[in-house]
Each structure stands twice: as structure tokens, then as C-alpha cells.
Design a protein. Sequence first.
Lengths: 117, 114
Amino acid sequence: AQKVTQAQTEISVVEKEDVTLDCVYETRDTTYYLFWYKQPPSGELVFLIRRNSFDEQNEISGRYSWNFQKSTSSFNFTITASQVVDSAVYFCALSEGFYNQGGKLIFGQGTELSVKP
Amino acid sequence: DTAVSQTPKYLVTQMGNDKSIKCEQNLGHDTMYWYKQDSKKFLKIMFSYNNKELIINETVPNRFSPKSPDKAHLNLHINSLELGDSAVYFCASSLPGQGLNIQYFGAGTRLSVL
């Protein structure tokens, strides 16, 4: 069965701290895709990153970095030098590669990050 | 121009009423989706359409009926609204190729059933 677990429901940090959001997934497929989305207080869902199951390279984009480890089925997200504008709910999601799955995203429960000045 | 647009943004209605939410995308995508976000912020797929054809119907009550008049539109009609239907409904779209493609979301429609 497919499942995404974000064990941290809420995290609170002070500005400039580094913070890591954990994501653990379950799937039987060998081809799958992992995503992170951000939902700021305004409510929209903003795409951050997509990784496929064949590419375990870590990725860095500015203050954001992602660590994908198939051995532990984890796809963790780190924000370096956090800022107040990073305050949001962050969702990790899984999508499997077979057509009959329709490309649906299976979301984790979300982690609410609060960055205080 | 907004890539995926939903209307209305807010919808307040009484139990038992019928309501519709509209979704349009101008990204040229072939696949569109409806997701429901409950009060605990949990997001779950409801429907997926590819080229106007229903691909996913994820155990959603029959009171919910999606309609896709063309590839750029996917509307959601809800009959006999119940209190438990109160949620935020998100429309999304992606290119063909199913799982590998990025889904872009609309701003959401907050439905409140009184």
C-alpha cells in the first residue's frame, strides 16, 4: 500500500535556524515520484520539488535542500537560515508511475512550520 | 494570467442545497484533478480526468459529480450538501505521463455547509 508519513505535526523555530522536515514513504513500485508542496497561510499549494525513484542525488535550491534516501524510504527537506516567510504547512507527496494510478498524489499529513522573528 | 483558476473562492450554503465549483486551466494540460482538504489539512484525491475521460474516482459519494466539457475545464457539482462536505476543494492539472508530471494547483474553494 502507498503511504506517506510526516511524523512532525508542528515545528517552531527562531529565524535563522536551520530546520529539517521529515518524510517517510511506502510503496511497492520501483518507479515512483516524490514531491514537496508548500501551503502558506494564504492557502494555495505551491510546488517546490519533484524527484523520481531513479535519481537519488540530493538537490539544493537556494536555502532549500532535499535529501532522498531509498534505503530508508525517506525524502527529507531542509531549510537553511529560516525566515519568517517560510512559515507554512509543508506537504510531502508520492505518485506512482503506472497509468492506471491516474497520477494521483498521496499526501502526508503535513508539517506546520512556524518561524518566529 | 492565473494558470489554474477556481471559482468561487468561498462558498457558504445550507445543508441540502446543490452547488458547483468551476475549474479552468490555461497550461495546455491534459489531466485534471479534484482534491479535498479537510479541517485537519489532510489532502486526498477525489477525481482525475485525462482528456475528458474519468480515470480516478476515489470512493467519493455519488452526490459528487465531476464534469469535464473539454480538456481545459473540470467542474465539480455537489448535490444535497451535508455538513461533512465542508472543506477546501482544490483543482489541479498536469501534463500527460501521469505520475511523473508536476501537478499545479488552483487557489482552492472553501466550502462551508451550515
